[in-house]
Design a protein around this ligand. Sequence first.
Ligand code: CTP
Length: 447
Amino acid sequence: MVKVITYGTFDLFHEGHYRLLKRAKALGDYLIVGVTTESYDKTRGKLGVIDPILTRIENIKKTGFADEIIIEESSGQKFSDIKKYDIDIFTVGSDWTGMFDYLKDYCQVVYLERTKNISSTMLREQRQQIQRIGIIGTGRIANRFMTEAKLVSGVSTQGVYNPRLESAREFAKRWEIECYEDIEAFFGAVDIVYIASPHQTHYEYIKSALEHRKHVLCEKPMVLRKEQAKEIFAYAKEHNLILFEGIKTSYCPGFQKLLGIACSGIIGNIRNVEACFTKLENSDSRELTDAMYGGSFIELGSYVMLPILKLMGLDYEGIAFDSINGANGLDLFTRVTLKYKTGLATATCGLGVKSEGRLLISGTKGYIVADAPWWKTTYFEVHYEDTGKVDKYSETFLGDGLRYEISDMLALINRTAKNDFKLTRGESIALAGIIEQFIEKNQEREK
Ligand code: CTP
């Protein structure tokens, strides 16, 4: 019996897939089809797959060509599958020509001619109107955003607005996009507004973008007052618009995996969360000189509060802030301590003091630890009372990570994702509330 194997995502099953499977089956007597998992696709940069894996499997089954369907979870799996299933022929479409020649030592490798003018990417793009993104702000993060947005299918970066015209012109030239001098024209030309302007300008820009019926992705911290957060989320909901806070950790696959493991019961009940993130900045940097909106907590607080709110919840019973302030009153280092009915939490961040960046989640049966940069989680460990037993988990984090939040936002806009569970409105509102309390405490102290 000649055994054949092929692999693919098979999203939005189409003619090209059907013809490939038909010819793959004809190469032998028994066809095994490997279907990629969502997380594997994410790690290889294939974002925005629409059909859930069960639908993709069901579609392959319906063709009647597959004798067996398996799941493909990682890139090294093909080699072991060929041994495990005693494969004679490995086949894929000609778009992969040459890529799998390394398997020729173990079986025959056949590249079947790809069907022309059809692909899942094409179908995804046809289903979903391309969303045009307009950027407000031209700083470091806006530049990173440009690179990352290019990697997400279904969006195009249309143009930039910055009241500082020179910066806008330079940015537009660098990225070959439109430069809008008039904000009305800017809103008129885009579907999504990405806000990466100074913190204190976020609220007005968000309101204005929503009033122009645009979806909004706003850099963290989105706003600095709880009531403002409530108001803009309510407005967005009322007008069926997506408002999304860009805390990239929330959308990073490794962090999602970590939350899943933490909540699985494997470490028992979670009783303590400690998160620390420090990033030294020069004393003349914007972060350490902007008297109103600079300082460690406003800059980094969203990151360190995120795992706490995710794991311990929003109903803390007590919160205390302690800071080491510089001569200008801005916090160089801040520790936030929270008390919950069932546990404790500490968030530490600093722009002027270096510490060990670590996320530690302690439970009644064990603990999870992720070292810096845990906010771009790629690796974490689970430890138990028995020191000889350590579970290790890893996950890919591609590029700068912004591609994950862009593609998650797009899925919400296109209604291919059902909800905002990775960073809920409630969590964003709670974050704004905590930042507000921090600012008020600091102002009181200064009086
Ligand atoms: N395939 C093909 N002809 C097409 C499209 C895909 O023969 N027009 C083949 C691929 O070469 C691969 C298999 O079908 O062997 C599964 O491909 P997959 O990557 O799932 O489909 P694509 O349409 O290429 O998906 P995408 O656009 O997301 O890359």
